[in-house]
Design a protein around this ligand. Structure first.
Ligand SMILES: [Cu+2]
Length: 448
């Protein structure tokens, strides 16, 4: 039995009231509560006599401790970069900023005499704060109860619950929708006119970021082709910098591989560049930039591209996986202006997916971020049926699928039990914070 790799998903939404109650219960039951104890380091040594010395660690994607509660007075901060990328520590309200620290580097910051108050700390490297590199410096006698550092567990719980109950929150813009050709030429060539441009993109309610996009959406429109299709993609560059387009995981001639300056000239601002090739083999791929890619891609310049049909393995047909009722792309990101997101949205603005009992969902995972994400579906169990678009001879069961940057996994899920099932990255700091779930969290809702 064959199923189209991407069909127009029927994402009918039902019973949201019941769902909201259900997910609230789910949130409490599944994720539980953790009380992060505010860290206070009060010691001599290194600083001026009587100064408070604070140790702050930078990593992907956190600043720890997330809340530091210290007395007013002289403050010295020892910053260490324990991550694998360059980071810095900035306290804008105090005008204090470390230099850019390489992995393993340290710096001591003399803050001087700091008055009572709440001061934000963040990494100023583009996209790092929105990915989670923020923390709070609470200075004073602790009577300020507006900040996270002084919340008791009930207050923290209320903040977390309020955030979770917003799910699935409405935001402007929806990416990754199927894109029909703009034109079909006499010889059957499918023509797609695609514009690279910056837009303001709402990643979560009220939070707009400058995204780098194809056609104004994150992820870019999904392009689906059949084996044998001739395709022409006219890439117009409306960005303020050069770009190019690479077809990741798709067999194309070297001259169409998009790696400037080797296989083509860069597409300069204002120019249009044409890619033409024939779809030779089935694929589960991605089209994305290959120019300044470490910025342009996390900032949003990526979209799914599939060719042909993905078969259901006989092994699973025998287990009752007869047809695919719904096909879903799950594009992961963690950096740039877009940050920790599923399909360009951060919880609670992520989509809620629905299945009826017995229905089968095919999910294509794609990772366009900078780090791996173990994507966990609470239920049902998933079956990996293809890796990077190639069907596996023997499918592999997995409730957690570690998707490294650049990888694609195709997974079948058959709805076996009613309920709201959390579906999230299992690197916990990609899914939860002291103010509740965020980032790479979504849910599958199974109904009768
Ligand atoms: Cu993750």
């Amino acid at each position: 039995m064959m199923a189209r790799i991407m069909s127009r998903a029927d994402r009918s939404v039902l019973g949201w009231g019941a769902f909201v109650v259900a997910i609230a219960a789910l949130v409490l039951a599944v994720f539980g509560l953790r009380e992060d104890s505010p860290a206070a380091a009060e010691a001599g040594g290194g600083g001026e006599a009587g100064a408070t010395v604070l140790d702050i660690e930078l990593a992907e994607w956190s600043i720890g401790p997330i809340v530091s509660d210290i007395p007013a007075g002289e403050v010295v901060i020892n910053v260490v970069n324990k991550g694998t990328m360059v980071h810095n520590l900035s306290i804008p309200q105090l005008g204090v900023k470390s230099r850019d620290l390489q992995p393993g580097e340290t710096e001591t910051l003399q803050l001087g005499n700091v008055a009572d108050g709440q001061y934000d700390m963040l990494c100023e490297i583009a996209g790092h704060a929105s990915s989670g590199m923020t923390a709070v410096l609470m200075v004073g006698d602790g009577t300020d109860h507006t900040g996270a550092g002084t919340m008791d567990w009930q207050e923290m719980h209320a903040v977390m619950e309020a955030r979770a109950l917003d799910y699935p929150a409405k935001t402007e813009g929806k990416g990754g929708q199927m894109r029909e050709p703009d034109d079909v030429l006499a010889d059957g060539t499918k023509v797609f006119n695609i514009t690279a441009k910056k837009v303001q993109w709402e990643v979560e309610p009220g939070k707009f970021v400058e995204a780098t996009t194809y056609d104004g959406v994150v992820p870019a429109p999904h392009i689906h082709l059949e084996v044998g299709d001739k395709v022409q993609i006219n890439l117009k560059n409306d960005l303020p910098e050069a770009t190019s387009m690479h077809f990741h995981g798709v067999r194309v001639p070297a001259t169409m591989d998009g790696v400037e300056p080797f296989t083509q000239k860069a597409v300069l601002p204002g120019e249009t560049y044409t890619y033409e090739w024939t779809a030779l083999e089935p694929a589960v791929g991605i089209y994305h930039s290959h120019t300044n890619g470490q910025i342009q891609i996390p900032d949003g310049l990526f979209g799914a591209m599939t060719i042909g049909e993905m078969p259901i393995p006989e092994y699973l047909q025998d287990k009752g996986y007869e047809k695919v009722d719904k096909t879903v792309d799950m594009v992961l990101n963690d950096a740039g202006t877009i940050g920790l997101t599923l399909n360009g949205k951060s919880f609670p603005a992520t989509e809620a997916y629905t299945l009826r009992l017995g229905e089968v969902m095919m999910v294509h995972y794609y990772n366009e971020g900078l780090t791996a994400h173990p994507m966990h579906m609470h239920q049902p169990m998933g079956w990996i049926i293809a890796k990077d678009g190639i069907p596996l001879e023997v499918p592999m069961p997995a409730d957690t699928i570690n998707v490294a940057p650049g990888e694609r996994y195709t997974v079948l899920y058959k709805a076996t039990d009613l309920g709201v099932w959390a579906w999230h990255c299992h690197i916990l700091t990609h899914a939860e914070s002291t103010t509740g779930m965020f980032g790479m969290v979504s849910a599958l809702i199974v109904t009768q």
